[in-house]
Design a protein around this ligand. Structure first.
Ligand code: SAM
Length: 360
């Protein structure tokens, strides 16, 4: 806490609020990947047999993660999302949640999980101060779940969603990646499931993120196609005004159901992107498609007092953010010969390219 206090006193809030990148985007949202490990092997994210993992001794401990998050909040971050890999594989995650929940500058503390371990942990996470959860669920059919994820955990995910509600979470979201010929016939089933479980469903266009080595343009179901499909079933769909920086555009069915579509592939939102990502080993990325990140672990574990280190990291992050020009998804869209973003051999040289390392 002394570090935070001293930075807070040295940097005025007006400076923090003024931190903008070269394209005028603020640093508001931080995604914290707490582990690169996952207990699923989704075909669109981790389709290979073998992976190289981050070295254990490089992983930041909870105090180090909290210290970095504090610095980001002083610089203007207000939304923090725990992700991975599968964040619930990180032992005692509720302890990290309680550290972060004590930071008054965080307005929104959320978790993205595949839900497999959620039934066991929902109560502790809620008690620790987590605000809300997003559960990834692409299908309601167990056999399809097995084909997509290569693990037989469908029932556990459904239990996890029920447990989150029971634990007291509201504002739960269900994220489904929609892929042609895989689950594009389940849009309305997923919407009905979301409605029955008090959760807002968001359909995600299949993205050519690093890790999606089998990605093909033909397999994308675009936002326009999803809307046309749903309109045939439900009638008129109305767009709902959003908060501008949210990745999902939101829509309303005539029966009052609200859902979202994250159309990063066909309609990138780079112009409004206020997100950056910190890997479990402390590499900071300003874009999911970036070829390189900034090593904050080296500075964090370097010489100097806690105060000096914190000031050094704050300066580094501030300077790098001011120079940020990333528009990765737009550049990908402009590439007409689009195929997998990072070829498998390059991906296997450095786990930092992987989506499961950078955090989705
Ligand atoms: N394990 C957690 C989970 O499953 O939610 C968090 C990490 S996962 C990488 C985060 C999100 O990224 C999930 O909703 C997942 O579906 C999404 N994702 C992964 N690969 C994707 C791809 N190729 N296209 C679109 N979304 C993808």
């Amino acid at each position: 806490m002394e570090v935070v206090d001293s930075i807070r006193y040295r940097r005025t809030h007006s400076q923090a609020r003024g931190l903008r990148d070269a394209l005028g985007r603020s640093l508001t949202s931080l995604r914290l990947s707490v582990t690169d490990r996952c207990n699923l092997r989704c075909m669109y994210c981790m389709p290979e047999e073998h992976y190289h993992w981050l070295p254990q001794d490089h992983l930041l401990n909870f105090e180090e993660l909290d210290q970095l998050v504090d610095i980001f909040t002083v610089l203007g971050a207000r939304r923090v999302r725990l992700t991975g890999g599968e964040p619930l594989l990180r032992r005692d995650l509720d302890r990290l949640v309680s550290l972060l929940a004590a930071n008054p500058m965080i307005d929104d503390l959320a978790l993205t999980t595949n839900g497999v371990l959620l039934a066991e942990q929902a109560g502790a996470l809620h008690r620790a101060g987590l605000h809300r959860v997003t559960v990834s669920l692409d299908t309601l059919r167990p056999e399809r779940f097995l084909a997509i994820t290569r693990r037989d955990y469908h029932a556990r995910v459904l239990d996890g969603i029920a447990a989150a509600r029971h634990a007291g979470f509201s504002g739960t979201k269900i994220d489904a990646v929609i892929i042609r010929g895989v689950n594009d016939d389940e849009l309305s089933d997923l919407l009905e499931f979301g409605r029955a479980n008090d959760a807002e469903v968001r359909f995600i266009e299949y993205m050519d993120v690093p890790g999606a080595t089998h990605w093909k343009m033909q397999n994308i179901v675009s936002r326009a196609e999803m809307l046309a499909n749903l309109e045939r079933r439900y009638g008129r769909i109305t767009a709902v005004a959003g908060d501008g920086s949210a990745p999902a555009s939101r829509f309303l069915l005539s029966d009052g159901t609200v859902f979202g579509i994250i159309a990063s592939t066909t309609t990138p939102f780079c112009a409004r992107c206020d997100r950056s990502r910190l890997t479990a080993d402390g590499i900071w990325y300003r874009c999911l498609y970036a070829m390189a990140g900034t090593d904050l672990r080296r500075v964090l574990r370097g010489a100097g007092s806690r105060d000096e280190i914190a000031a050094r990291i704050a300066d580094l992050v501030g300077n790098v953010w001011r120079a940020r020009t990333d528009r990765g998804a737009e550049q990908r869209k402009a590439n007409h010969a689009r195929s997998a973003f990072v070829p498998l051999d390059a991906l296997q040289c450095d786990p930092h390219f992987e989506m499961h390392t950078r955090g989705g």
